[in-house]
Design a protein around this ligand. Sequence first.
Ligand code: HEM
Length: 227
Amino acid sequence: MSGFFFVAWPVLAWALAILGGLYRYFTLRYTYSSLSSQMLAPGSLYWGSVPWHYGVVPILIAHLLAGVFPRAAAAAVSPPTALLVLETAGLALGLLSLVGLVILFARRLGPALRRVTSGMDWVVLLVLLVQVVTGVAIALFVRWGARWYPYTAAPWFWSIARLAPDPSRVAVLPTLAQIHFMSGFLVIALFPFTRLVHLVPFPITYLWRPYQVVSWLGRRGRGRAGP
Ligand code: HEM
């Protein structure tokens, strides 16, 4: 079983993400985004989206940096104070992203949004929920992730990148961590088939582009404009 999950699954997930992403880009380019639901429920979008993105983006950057530069990551957390500060910050960000995700989930249960929510939207929300809950649970119960990640997950990632996956270092980790890793690759595999594709064009221009103004046309909403 671990042969499939730690050897074949990560390669398959990357293949699906890259090939599916290229196919969608060249055949359905104008769908390469995340359809906005801002007009339908602007308040809950704000309270869900902001904590979710502010929490999860730094966490993913930390995952990436520690995977690409494991020696520097291990050195950075070798002083106990640095480890404690980093783990506490990680846990706070994990909880922030969890709060945001629960709000994003709950708002789609309302009648206005349920109608425009696809099956894949629900799949993405559920998988992300599993991902964040298991991530926070690792931080709480499989201590200290920042210390063991550079010696377990990072070499495994590099072996996958060399197309010679070596699962020996991750196969010995607790089941909770293994579930987090497997569903992490599910997130990658789902990328091109869901609204998660909006991350690929890397929407960094959001930081300096002009503010988006959503205004209502028609009698009921005339004169109403929301941010
Ligand atoms: C296979 C890829 C992944 C690996 C090997 C991995 C590994 C880890 C580890 C070891 C931790 C615990 C960190 C600590 O205790 O300091 C963690 C936490 C976390 N991960 Fe992942 N992860 C992966 C993918 C993802 C993805 C794709 C997401 C989100 C979309 C994610 C979200 C989180 C969150 C929210 C936390 C909690 C942060 C914290 O409390 O420190 N992870 N992950």
